[in-house]
Design a protein around this ligand. Structure first.
Ligand SMILES: [Zn+2]
Length: 181
């Protein structure tokens, strides 16, 4: 059972275990906005419902995704699109291509790694884009900032708790679509 966490400004920040949500509530970090009506936690002296949506009472410093060089951040920089053909890829579909292949002295860093679909990656093989007759859609550089993404993962959209929806609607509006894994 998971709890949706909102920032002070009601922006969805992610999902946490209900146990963690209860801990945040006990320590006055969050307020409970929605509860799971049919789920209760009992001790010998008290009963409470499991929080479904909580909101931070104070401003939270959002950990900057930094510009740590990571698969996640390369994916975000490239907008989730294959940098050769432009196909939108889910995270698990993205492959990481060395623009200048390692065998040709290519390094593993922001300037030489892009995401690619499996087909383009295979077609390019161990060649430079020029050799393979392929064109990069943009020159890879280290980004100054990255778009904020949060992942809400449920197998089916119908499994998203109904009490979350009004808050996620805003998110869907701002980010175009909820990602479903
Ligand atoms: Zn492609």
């Amino acid at each position: 059972m998971e709890t949706l966490v909102l920032s002070h400004a009601y922006e969805p920040m992610g999902q946490i275990s209900w146990q963690r949500a209860v801990t945040l509530w006990w320590t006055d970090k969050v307020e409970i906005l929605e509860e799971y009506e049919d789920r209760e936690i009992r001790s010998t002296t008290w009963v409470m419902k499991i929080p479904a949506v909580v909101r931070f009472l104070g401003r939270v410093r959002v950990r900057r995704q930094g510009l740590r060089f990571s698969r996640e951040n390369v994916y975000a920089r490239d907008g989730g699109a294959c940098q050769y053909c432009g196909t939108k890829l889910k995270r698990r579909e993205a492959t990481y291509d060395h623009v200048i292949p390692r065998t040709g002295g290519g390094t593993t860093n922001w300037e030489n790694i892009v995401i690619a679909c499996a087909r383009c990656n295979q077609r390019k093989g161990g060649r430079t884009p020029e050799r393979a007759g392929m064109t990069l859609r943009s020159t890879p550089v280290a980004p100054r900032s990255l778009p904020t993404t949060i992942r809400i993962t449920f197998a089916n959209r119908e499994d998203v708790p109904s009490s979350w929806r009004q808050y996620l609607f805003e998110l869907a509006y701002w980010h175009g679509a909820l990602e479903q894994d």
